[in-house]
Write a new protein. Sequence first.
Length: 264
Amino acid sequence: METAATITRLSPFWILSVIAIVLFLTLAGPVSAGPTPTFSSILPTTGPTTGGTAITIIGTNLTGTTVVTLGGSAATGISVVNDSAVSATTPPDAAGAVWVNLTTPNGTVNAANAFTYQVPATVAITIVNSTQTLTLTQGKTVTDTNISLLVTSSAAFSVTVADNTLRPSNCQGYMGNYSGSYVAYPLNTNLIYPLGLSGTTTGTVTAHTVTSPVSTAQTLYTGSAAVNGVKLPLTITQQVGYSDRILRGSNIYRIDLIFTIAAS
């Protein structure tokens, strides 16, 4: 019995193509990835457990970062600033230090305990005797110490004061255009001198000088430690000039200020 054999003949073109491909792969070697990313620092290093902290991660070879996680949870708003910086917003997490991880096309970089979640500070402020009034006498300076602030904070804090620009026309603010401020009676009684306000240093709470006039809030008190229901005294003064419009007897004087507390 004869056995038939099939012989396939390759054209010279295909033989040369195969040889060229083999030579290219041999000379070029394996395809290498880009430079590996590295982590240097993160700013800030702390934030509240509620998340929402804007962070910037510093390192190298960060171009193309697609994923940033803190404690295993994905950050939002990832933006590659440049090859050395990536910005993002932290997710919520429990209190404590967590890992920060970045994923790029050329690998992942991990930083142990690089960011610490903290329980947000609680603050509260109440104005005691907020409806207090002053009795004005022409040519005299009157002083009132009946108003105070009742403050609670679980951390260091600051208290600022600002003029309420939406106050009624018969209220005098501490900051702003004093030539247009009025007493309650008689109406349209202009006061040349601005309202004076000062605090008193108490324990770990320091009083700061507030000057007039200013267009933005000023710091009145700072506390270096937590406090619980501490009363911070206020001294309010008002000078009434002889050149002010005539005051008919005793005139009740209303003030309208905004006090704000924040953890620091």
